[in-house]
Design a protein around this ligand. Structure first.
Ligand code: PEP
Ligand code: MN
Length: 357
């Protein structure tokens, strides 16, 4: 249950509401108070409250509205907020911002290397992905590698190159954060924080990304074998900790077949659009693990209604220190971007025609 508090509430009215909730035996430890769209909201498990109790809460001066949400995830649910969230990335003042999500938005393309390998590699790739039409640059500075003997990323040095790449190209940047203690530092360099698959249920990290990221948007990748429910509850952790700017990223889930690295679950896109107001983007690079499948699965992602794509791009994929097998070249990126735009236009004109008919 979500109680939205009036903007102009007095201390007395607010205290009255807390007293009432205490009387109704709502455990304050289980109720979370946070801010959503500039409004204070109180989220609690309302399943124990009867109709009469709900009516009394609704009548409180402090209360603007009460919404009963039947799912465990609440703030991220479409039952609470019907309008699709638009997430603004980057510097609005310099006119360099990009919007992800919202109905009728053009799909956004995020592209760049899996890992920041060197200054030269990152800056040349940044220039190339911009020329190919991508709107956001990706690059991992901290890499969660399966083996301790693989390249682990350049760390802070990598963050500095990302900052330089943004200054050079004007592209906002996204990079992964793996530890709660690093959230603030990464948020000082990056425009979007990425929480990777392996950390989707790292609850202290989710909390920190909600609380200490200066409201920087967070791209939450689906866990290796996470259900949609677990994924949405992970997003709920970030939002309930104070950061409403969450983007979901489908990157494939574990399957029994080894021909592809993962099984890209495209059916989750229309499903998520029903369940949540958060934007959803698709990662066909990790979703397939094979560069020859990336263009087709990019088109499929857009056709399924994704709000954007995140793609691994390397000037020389065969020499990449990380995920070269699934990286495309800037030249290939150019046609993926073009196809995404054309497909989106086609889909818009088809839906307009359906509407007229
Ligand atoms: C990545 O984006 O490079 C990455 C490590 O992704 P994932 O967490 O989806 O494996
Ligand atoms: Mn990768």
């Amino acid at each position: 249950m979500i109680i939205t508090i009036h903007n102009q509430v007095s201390n007395e009215e607010r205290n009255q509401l807390d007293t009432l909730l205490g009387q109704l035996a709502v455990n304050p430890k289980h109720a979370v108070s946070t801010t959503m769209d500039d409004r204070e909201v109180i989220v609690l498990d309302g399943s124990q409250l009867d109709k009469q109790a709900l009516a009394v809460i609704e009548q409180q001066c402090a209360v603007e509205s009460v919404v009963e949400v039947k799912t465990q995830y609440q703030l991220v649910s479409r039952a609470f907020k019907n309008e699709s969230s638009k997430i603004e990335i980057g510097d609005t003042e310099k006119g360099q911002s990009v919007v992800i999500g919202g109905s009728n938005a053009v799909p956004v393309v995020i592209a760049g290397p899996c890992a920041v390998e060197s200054r030269e590699q990152l800056l040349s790739t940044a220039i190339a992905v911009k020329a190919a039409g991508a709107q956001i640059l990706r690059g991992g500075a901290f890499k969660p590698r399966t083996s301790p003997y693989q390249f682990q990323g350049l760390g802070i040095e990598g963050l500095q190159y990302l900052k330089e790449a943004r200054e050079l190209t004007g592209l906002p940047v996204i990079t992964e954060v793996m530890e709660p203690e690093m959230v603030e530092i990464v948020a000082r360099y990056a425009d979007i924080l990425q929480i990777g698959s392996r950390n989707m249920q790292n609850f202290p990290l989710l909390y920190a990304a909600g609380r200490y990221s200066f409201h920087r948007p967070v791209m939450l990748k689906r866990g290796l074998s996470a259900t949609i429910e677990e994924w949405l509850l992970a997003a709920e952790y970030i939002v309930s900790a104070g950061n409403p700017n969450v983007i979901l990223c489908e990157r494939g889930i574990r399957s029994f077949d080894t021909h592809t690295r993962n099984l890209l679950d495209l059916s989750c896109i229309p499903l998520l659009h029903e369940l949540t107001h958060l934007p959803v983007i698709v990662d066909p690079s990790h979703g397939t693990g094979r560069r020859e499948l990336v263009p087709t699965m990019s088109r499929a992602g857009i056709a399924a209604g994704a709000d954007g794509l995140i793609l691994e791009v390397h000037p020389d994929p065969n020499s990449a220190l990380c995920d070269g097998r699934q990286s495309i070249t800037p030249e290939q990126l150019k046609s993926v971007v073009r196809e995404a735009q054309l497909l989106n236009q086609l889909m818009e004109s088809v839906s307009e025609q359906t509407y007229v008919a």
